[in-house]
Design a protein around this ligand. Structure first.
Ligand code: KIV
Length: 283
């Protein structure tokens, strides 16, 4: 059975911590799903870790859809949350069109969008139309050109604003909220004031759950090593070594071995060559 937003809310009410991970393709979604992830995020971090952009700003809705579809196909149990990319929810009407496409074309189960009080009316409208929405405040990567990549909410005024933003997102009907790159103490206060789960990334252990980017967590993405990303594996090294071994075996002629090859009886091949000779004689 697929997880629903009601199941996520029940996890929060039972005091369970909620793990979430990003995925961008069929295979990784399958691995995450089989590992028991209750929620998979098809983040617009896709732009950086998969498509090689320098930020999430260039990511388009069509690019997202391509990957969200694969993640939905690869998962059976996880709730798939998909990011609405930059400038696809600048108005309520545009948000309805964009979120509608995500839900109808990809089969995702919820959308995520960035922003606080200013996006609350958009969240409220999407929720009223039956689209589950996850909020995202703190460091909001789509605003990188305005806010840089630093921790948000360190000053009293900014911290107070983030609390107001979180409450507005909850009041608008969001089923959860990502808190990215904010002080742990502030994230804990926000979490204690909300009924919906908070999912932290670089926001300390006081959140209801945590989200990590697939490539960071597995040590696949070497261009950027943020403090909040723990490497549970160093797959870039392992994959690099595997690719080198493969290349050297091809160069040495030791791959493929007999066990990797199909065979045919020698007399069948002899017959085939004889037929070829006959055809050449006839021509
Ligand atoms: O795009 C993304 O992967 C995200 C997470 C970092 C929360 O928004």
């Amino acid at each position: 059975m697929r997880m629903t937003i009601l199941d996520i809310q029940k996890m929060k009410e039972r005091g369970e911590r909620i793990p979430m991970i990003t995925a961008y393709d069929y295979t990784s979604a399958q691995i995450a799903d089989r590992a028991g992830m209750p929620m998979i995020l098809v983040g617009d971090s896709l732009g950086m870790v998969v498509l090689g952009y320098t930020s999430t700003v260039p990511v388009t809705l069509d690019e997202m859809l391509h990957h969200i579809k694969a993640v939905v196909r690869g998962s059976q149990h996880a709730l798939v949350v998909a990011d609405l990319p930059f400038l696809t929810y600048a108005s309520v009407e545009q948000a309805i069109t964009s979120a509608g496409r995500v839900m109808q074309e990809s089969g995702a189960h919820a959308v995520k969008l960035e922003g606080g009080v200013s996006v609350a009316p958009i969240i409220a409208r999407l929720v009223a139309l039956g689209i589950p929405v996850m909020g995202h405040i703190g460091f909001t990567p789509q605003s990188v050109n305005q806010i840089g990549t630093r921790v948000q909410g360190r000053e009293a005024r900014a911290a107070a604003q983030l609390i107001v933003d979180a409450l507005a997102i909850e009041a608008a009907g969001a089923f959860g909220i990502v808190l990215e790159l904010i002080p742990a103490e502030l994230a804990a206060v926000i979490t204690s004031r909300l009924r919906i789960p908070t999912i932290g990334i670089g926001a300390g252990a006081g959140c209801t759950g945590q989200v990590q980017v697939w490539h960071d967590m597995l040590g696949l993405y070497r261009d950027f090593a943020p403090r909040h990303a723990k490497h549970y594996a160093n797959l870039a090294d392992q994959i690099g070594a595997a690719v080198e071994s493969y290349a050297s075996e091809v160069r040495a002629g030791s791959f493929p071995g007999a066990e990797h090859s199909a065979t045919m009886p020698a007399d069948t091949l002899t017959a085939a060559l004889a037929q070829l000779a006959d055809r050449a004689g006839e021509a």
